[in-house]
Every structure is written in C-alpha cells, then in structure tokens.
Design a protein around this ligand. Structure first.
Ligand code: LLP
Length: 442
C-alpha cells in the first residue's frame, strides 16, 4: 500500500497507524486496506482512460471488477471516484445495490447467470448485461419484456487473443468456457437486434488477467474493431468493451506497465485501426479489478511456530530454510496454492539486527501446499509472537477466501489519515457452527 511507513523502532504503519495495533484491535489474520491508495488508484485509472480516449475523440466507461475485492464501502469508494461497477453474480449485485450504487452504474457478467439473477438485474434497472451465450439472448429479452423495459446488453466474444502475464498468444484461444466465437457473433448480434426488448451496446472481450504489456490488448482491440465494423452494416454500435486484466507487481521481480502507458497504447491502437477500417471510434469500456485493488491492501499474520530445515541447493551444498507458520494461510489467500503466486513479506512489530534468513511463510492448514510466501529473506531471529505483513493482497485473496478447516474468514479494515474502520467483520466460530443443521436445538 502507498501509505506504508516504518518507524525507527521497526514498527510498520499504514496511513499513520502501527499495523500491530490494528491486529490487536481487530484480530489476526487481518486484511488492511489503505483507503487513500484505493481511491487514488481508482481515480487514476479512470483519469488515464478518460484522457487517452478524449485524445482519440471518444470517451471511456471504467468498471471496477468487483470480483477482485468487494464490500459496501469499496463499492462506494469506486462509485464516488466516478467508476462503474462490474458484478458477476446475484450476490455481488445484491451487495452493490444494498450499498446504494445506482443500478444504472452496474454491469452484470457471468457465463451461466440464473433466471433469478437475470430477472433481478433487469428488474433493478441494471445499466448493462454482458450476454455470454446464445441462450441468454432470449432469457434477458424475456425478462425485459416481463418488466416492460428495454435492456442494454453487450455480447462477450473471444477475440482469439489469450494473454498471460508477460506474453500473449495471438493464436486462436476459443476453446474456453466464456463468450462465443467470432464466427458465431454475427448471428448472435442479429438475434439480439431482432428482439425489441434489447439494445445492443456493443461487443465485449476479456483476454486474461495479470497482463504486463499492452501488445495483447492492442491485438485484441484490433480484432474486435474489425468485427465491430462488420456488424455496423446492421445498425449503430455505440461501445466496445475491452475488459480488464492489467497486471500489478507482487514481488520486486515484477515490472508491469503502468495504467497511463497501457491506456495510451490501447488508445493509439484503437485510433489507428479505426482509421484503417474507416469507422468512428466507439466509446470504450474497461473492467480493471486487480490493478485498482491489488496493491492497496496487506494481510497481517502472527507467527506461531518456526523451524529450520536444511535444503539442497541446485548448485551444490546446502542452505537453511526457515519455516515460519502463521495463523492463517490458504483459507485467506489461496493464490499461492492455486496459481503458485509469489508474494513478499515483512516483519511489522520490531527492529531486528539479525542477518536476513531465507524464510518460507506457511499457513496453518492441513496440507503441505498451504504456503503464503514461498521465499523471502526475513530476519533470522523471527520468533513466535512476531507479526508479518504480506503486501499486495487486495485482489482475489479475501474474495477467494474459504472456511477450509473451519477457519473463519478474516475481518477487513480500512485505514485513512490515522483512523481505522471496520469494513467487514471476521467470521466467528459460532457463525460457522450455526450453519450445521446437525447441531440444531431439537
Ligand atoms: N472482466 C472480466 C470479464 C473478468 O473475467 C475479469 C477477471 C476482469 C474483468 C477483471 O480482471 P483483472 O483486471 O482483475 O485482472 N483469481 C485469479 C484472477 C481471475 C480473474 C477473473 N476475471 C487470480 O487470482 O489471479
């Protein structure tokens, strides 16, 4: 998080509050969000797309992808910073609406939206629904007919570009569950246009997540614009949604492009293609999640046990690896176990003169893949009771949390200008047990 400082006594603070105090007040493990950083990244992302799209004679709608990290306050922050909110389930929709976000500022995703989810979204007056399959065209149109409204829709299409962190594959990648193929798009759009209850806003594509460069976005935008051009024969298409996927740094080895650069490159590519195709530049929409929320948050843990293990080095010889086991793990951050994701860690509660030791931060769950940070140099004298912060856990960590081994999900706290405030209560054991029907009082 941007507003992290370390005092001479070694204590780490966020927005002026020692994070130790936060753990003492709110419990451990704990998620702490730097509110100013979060709002700043949201505002900065919107500003980048606003100015770069203005430069090429159009405008942008920036949706925050709520799946990355969502609470009522988070939804309000991004709305206050002028962003739209993209939800992908009835639950996310319900939370955004309950938080007071106007339905017109929401978009709904999902490759298998239930009829109830569709009905609720249309009934609430949702700004846009991204159709992900041929079946959904009639489902959404029927819901619009029932509610007596015309529903804005986009159509999710696979651009054939698949991007992954550093690289992108320009080869076809249509063998996946989301969206429809480019070949099927014209018939789908004709079907949409034939339903008077639907207004076709435009095409949508999303090429992947944690992408570092702009090449994949540019290639995908070019392909989508060509399809967009072909479809103009059947009527006006005001927008093109290019999805999210902008990457962040998790460790010092990561060097992602900043949003200003990405926005400029994408805008250049879109403008060039539009000229080549002889069409007007549509309004562009984007759906960043991780870029906004990821860097703004840290998770806090307390070390419970330690051990030193001798490990063989590839170049020969051995080294000591310290295992530091903490009070959370894959139930609050599944990304290392799921994706081999790399994080960094710092001790937060004191200064240490000890030499750095190769350390592995492990969770407390009953499996060996339960690692929080694979490799980090931490002071060799870390002992039980010391606290550890893992930065850049604001995207797909808390939102992917589980109750594995009956651990409650941690609380989420926001800090701003020396004040802290609870955003989401941690789950208690009582709450977890209350769900077990076998424990009902007879
Ligand atoms: N739009 C659509 C249609 C998406 O499917 C996603 C992410 C986004 C936008 C936002 O992508 P972002 O800007 O956050 O990269 N759990 C994985 C990431 C899953 C991404 C799912 N879709 C992880 O932790 O890396």
């Amino acid at each position: 998080p941007a507003n992290t400082t370390r005092a001479a006594d070694g204590r780490l603070s966020l927005a002026g509050i020692p994070v130790d105090e936060l753990a003492a007040t709110y419990g451990s493990p704990l998620y702490v969000i730097d509110e100013a950083d979060f709002r700043g990244r949201a505002a900065r992302t919107r500003a980048a797309f606003d100015s770069e799209t203005a430069r090429i004679g159009t405008s942008a709608k920036v949706y925050y992808a709520a799946k990355a990290f969502l609470s009522a306050d988070i939804a309000r922050w991004v709305a206050e910073e002028g962003l739209y909110v993209d939800v992908c389930s009835g639950g996310e929709l319900a939370l955004a609406l309950a938080a007071g976000i106007p339905a017109a500022r929401l978009g709904l995703h999902g490759n298998n939206k239930s009829l109830a989810e569709i009905d609720r979204a249309v009934g609430a007056g949702i700004g846009a629904i991204v159709l992900d399959s041929l079946q959904e065209i009639d489902r959404v149109a029927d819901a619009a007919a029932r509610h007596g409204v015309v529903q804005n829709v986009r159509l999710r299409v696979n651009s054939g570009v698949h991007a992954d962190t550093h690289d992108f594959l320009a080869t076809s990648h249509e063998d996946q569950k989301f969206g429809i193929t480019r070949a099927d798009a014209p018939a789908a759009v004709a079907k949409i246009r034939a339903r008077g209850e639907l207004k076709f806003l435009g095409l949508h594509c999303h090429i992947g997540s944690q992408i570092f460069g702009s090449a994949g976005f540019g290639e995908s935008a070019a392909r989508m614009l060509e399809l967009h051009r072909d479809l103009l024969a059947g009527g006006d298409i005001p927008e093109l949604n290019l999805g999210g996927g902008f990457g962040i740094a998790y460790t010092r080895a990561d060097d992602p492009a900043e949003i200003e650069t990405l926005a400029a490159d994408i805008a250049d590519q879109v403008a060039t293609e539009a000229v080549r195709l002889g069409i007007a530049v549509p309004v562009l929409a984007f759906e960043p999640g991780r870029y906004i929320s990821g860097p703004t948050t840290m998770s806090l843990y307390e070390v419970g046990t330690t051990k030193d293990v001798s490990v063989a080095l590839p170049e020969g010889g051995t080294a000591i690896r310290r295992y530091l086991s903490v009070d959370g793990g894959m139930s609050d951050n599944a990304r290392p176990a799921l994706y081999g994701a790399q994080y960094s860690a710092r001790m937060t509660n004191r200064v240490s003169a000890a030499a750095p030791a190769l350390s592995r931060v492990a969770g407390k769950h009953c499996e060996s893949g339960d690692i929080v940070v694979y490799n980090e140099y931490l002071p060799a004298d870390v002992v039980p009771g010391d606290r550890i912060a893992v930065p850049a856990t604001g995207a797909y960590c808390w939102s992917l949390a589980s109750n594995y081994n009956f651990l409650g999900r941690p609380a989420v706290v926001a800090v701003l200008n020396g004040e802290s405030r609870l955003l989401v209560r941690g789950e208690t054991e009582t709450e977890l047990l209350a769900r077990d029907a076998g424990l009902d009082k007879k």
